[in-house]
Design a protein around this ligand. Structure first.
Ligand SMILES: [Zn+2]
Length: 479
């Protein structure tokens, strides 16, 4: 089996923000570790508990990966990938294989106590406890990790000898910061201040098996060994899994044995059986998947929800690209028309609908007027009550055009364009001609009138005369 070490930059004590390229981390410096490309999530979480000092059993660490969703030459767009099982972790760790330009990965840690009791004990820890030298527990960690490796079948099979720092630290903590943001010193100090004491003999009550929270990753395949907090969470996971794949399923519960079974309604091979654990949890004991049957019809509203975050990151994604993504993610094909409708719905969800966009246009024009010295003139239809008016036309010209026109030929060309769509009307465009006989944009107007009245023409030319040029002897050419 081919494994290699992958640099993983871990961030915590800050917050995840969204930028033009997707999520990024603000407020702390990363700590770098090197992990096996085939590491299991439970082992990685053990490493992260040691790295952060947040005691396993008292604190839960949720992981969000910065996953490249679109990689095109120099441009990379990222999405948040919740890492909740081995499958999603594998997806993250495979990134450098598929994108050689990305040779390190970033994960964001969300750390929360399992109970309020713990929070209280942290705030009241004695200064002595909080000053336990880090070196000491690093040594303890090393021995406990060695024990883990001997137990782990995967590592034994690989035959990799236990190394002193095989648990993945790149270097000592002082030299691991890559410092892409913020003040390293402050962030380090801060993380130490918030760090609870790492005691000896970490409680074994939390097993190596992963307990799923409500952030269960619905995109991943289910598998034997997955543990859920209770029957409700298991049922939710099955529902989410099935909805995502547009498959119907039946559930059978056997109260005597306490087992939960679910099978495909189309009687394909898909089958899941889960049994109660010692606590109130449920563990998948048998699983056959994925579905071999065809999905039910996929509605555009469902698709719109699925593609929304992709469209938000890159609105220019074509229908074909989106269809390919759905095929890859969920295994079914969608018609072009359906995806077109879904993309339209997703854009509406992100940007608002046409009415909303139209209503913010006056604000937008005013902003352009104040920031870019754009010249503006509005025309309204008035109602008997002077408080009410409705939009008729707007005229605008850029200051640069006004300043450039004296150097153009004494000529103005005017053309009109029909505006179709939800708000019909006309666009009027006036242009000059420069010394090289190239068009020089001068002024624009939009009016709700589909048939231009003499009044509207008069208004348009008076705006040009008033705001753009007072030159005499200009030749005017109308389309
Ligand atoms: Zn099926």
């Amino acid at each position: 089996m081919d494994t290699r070490k992958i640099p993983l930059f871990c961030y915590w004590n800050g917050c995840i923000k969204d930028g033009p390229d997707g999520p990024f981390y603000e407020g702390s410096s990363p700590r770098g570790i090197r992990v096996d490309s085939k590491i299991e999530l439970s082992n990685l979480l053990d490493d992260l508990h040691r790295l952060t000092g947040f005691e396993k059993g008292k604190f839960q660490i949720d992981l969000i990966g910065r996953y490249p969703s679109i990689v095109q030459q120099q441009m990379v767009k990222y999405v948040r990938l919740p890492i909740v099982d081995d499958c999603s972790l594998e997806m993250m760790l495979e990134v450098p294989c598929y994108h050689p330009s990305i040779n390190s990965l970033e994960v964001y840690l969300e750390i929360k106590p399992f109970s309020d009791e713990v929070t209280v004990s942290i705030s009241h820890q004695s200064p002595l406890e909080s000053n336990v030298p880090r070196k000491r527990y690093r040594q303890e960690d090393a021995s406990s990790v060695n024990a883990d490796v001997n137990v782990s079948g995967r590592n034994t099979k690989l035959g990799s000898p236990p190394e002193d720092n095989h648990n993945g630290w790149i270097e000592d903590e002082e030299s691991t910061d890559v410092g892409n943001s913020g003040d390293n010193g402050v962030a380090q100090k801060d993380s130490k201040m918030k760090k609870p004491t790492l005691t000896e003999g970490v409680s074994d009550s939390v097993s190596k098996q992963l307990i799923f929270s409500s952030s269960w990753l619905d995109e991943s395949e289910l598998h034997v060994g997955m543990i859920f907090r209770g029957k409700d969470e298991l049922a939710k996971a099955v529902k989410l899994y099935s909805n995502r794949r547009q498959r119907e399923y039946n559930v059978f519960e056997i109260p005597i044995t306490g087992t939960f079974q679910s099978g495909c309604k189309n009687y394909c091979r898909w089958f899941l059986k889960a049994a109660k654990t010692n606590g109130n949890g449920f563990k998948i004991t048998e699983y056959t998947g994925p579905h071999a049957c065809k999905p039910a019809d996929v509605g555009s509203d469902f698709l719109a929800g699925e593609i929304e975050c992709l469209v938000k990151v890159q609105p220019s994604l074509s229908i074909v690209e989106l269809n390919n993504w759905v095929k890859e993610a969920f295994g079914y094909t969608v018609s072009y028309a359906n995806m077109w409708k879904a993309k339209k719905e997703a854009i509406s969800a992100i940007l608002g609908d046409l009415d909303k966009s139209f209503s913010v246009l006056p604000k937008f024009m005013a902003a352009l007027g104040s920031s870019n010295k754009m010249l503006l003139e509005w025309q309204y239809d008035l109602f008997p009550d002077p408080k009410n008016a409705s939009f008729r036309s707007v005229f605008w010209a850029f200051q640069q055009s006004v300043e450039g026109f004296p150097h153009c030929r004494p000529l103005i060309l005017v053309d009109t364009v029909d505006l179709s769509g939800k708000y019909p009307g006309k666009l009027l465009v006036a242009a000059g001609l420069d010394a090289e006989n190239s068009l020089f944009p001068l002024a624009f107007a939009i009016t709700t009138q589909e048939d231009l009245s003499a009044d509207t023409w008069r208004w348009f030319f008076s705006c040009i005369r008033k705001k753009v040029t007072q030159r005499e002897g200009i030749c005017l050419i109308l389309s």
